[in-house]
Design a protein around this ligand. Structure first.
Ligand code: ZN
Length: 286
């Protein structure tokens, strides 16, 4: 009897999560504004909204999609993939830089439409399965996105291989417990490029780090991520939000293919410097 009750207790909230998805409605308009898709470099394409970056990586054995934007962006991504001349159903692997609703909103739908496998940093697996409900900063009674079943858990340094493409995942916790960046090599007719898709460690919570019992390692994790990102080498960097890597200054809709526009170590170091300053201020360091 005791066991039965416990079982019921465990199951019941799962049903409740799945039925109550409440995506925040007050979001910046650039998050849902459509944006013309384009080829960034080699086999990496921008298929996101005006600010919520989503990347399509095409390979000889099907394609990879990183991030989805809000729930409303499923249709936009599908259209963008088509506009570029690719088959939406050829998406075989789904990834995210962080399990927040502005990057996961349409993930469950895209997974349903494509049958692709969801691979996630193991530390974001729980929050992904409850649709953000257990998130240490944005969590609450309701899910902020439709929960997604995870097919493979990734650890720091793990490789994601599809066809001729090999992506390395870097565990970059702080923003969420399982935030991560991705590194891959690509090339075009002229040359090879090392590309970093960086999850920049912006601070979500207004609370002091010491006041977050749900995430006791938060201060240490942010420090680790900032140091790790500083050490990365790359030719081109991209990020989870277009505004973070100044997409709109580097590219205008209709521009010809120009990967050189995204070669920008200086912008990367400046952005990271600002985030490190915010972190230092948060922990009371001068
Ligand atoms: Zn976020």
């Amino acid at each position: 009897m005791k066991i039965k009750c416990l079982f019921y207790f465990l199951l019941f909230p799962l049903f409740t999560f799945a039925q109550n998805v409440h995506e925040p409605s007050e979001t910046p308009k650039e998050w849902s504004a459509p944006y013309a898709p384009f080829r960034i470099v080699g086999n990496i394409y921008y298929v996101g909204t005006s600010d919520l970056a989503c990347y399509l990586i095409t390979t000889s054995k099907g394609n990879i999609l990183i991030n989805t934007g809000l729930s409303s962006s499923a249709e936009q991504i599908e259209k963008n993939v088509k506009t570029l001349g690719f088959n939406f159903k050829e998406i075989k692997i789904l990834l995210t830089t962080q399990a927040h609703y502005d990057h996961m909103g349409a993930m469950a739908e895209v997974k349903k439409l494509t049958g692709a496998k969801m691979m996630v940093d193991e530390k974001d697996a729980q929050v992904m399965r409850d649709g953000g409900r257990s998130d240490y900063a944005l969590g609450g009674k309701e899910s902020s996105y439709t929960p997604v079943v995870t097919d493979r858990l990734l650890k720091d340094g793990d490789h994601i291989q599809l066809g001729n493409t090999n992506i390395t995942m870097l565990h970059h916790p702080g923003h969420t417990k399982g935030s991560c960046s991705f590194v891959l090599n690509t090339r075009d007719k002229k040359r090879a490029y090392k590309v970093l898709i960086a999850n920049m460690p912006s601070i979500v919570t207004d609370k002091k780090f010491s006041e977050i019992p749900a995430y006791p390692e938060i201060e240490k994790d942010y420090a680790y991520t900032i140091q790790s990102l500083k050490k990365q080498t790359f030719d081109i960097w991209l990020s989870s939000h277009a505004s973070q890597f100044n997409l709109h200054e580097k590219h205008k809709p209709g521009d010809a293919y120009n990967p050189a526009a995204f070669i920008d170590r200086k912008g990367y170091d400046e952005t990271l410097g600002e985030l490190e300053a915010a972190y230092n201020k948060k922990i009371g360091k001068q």
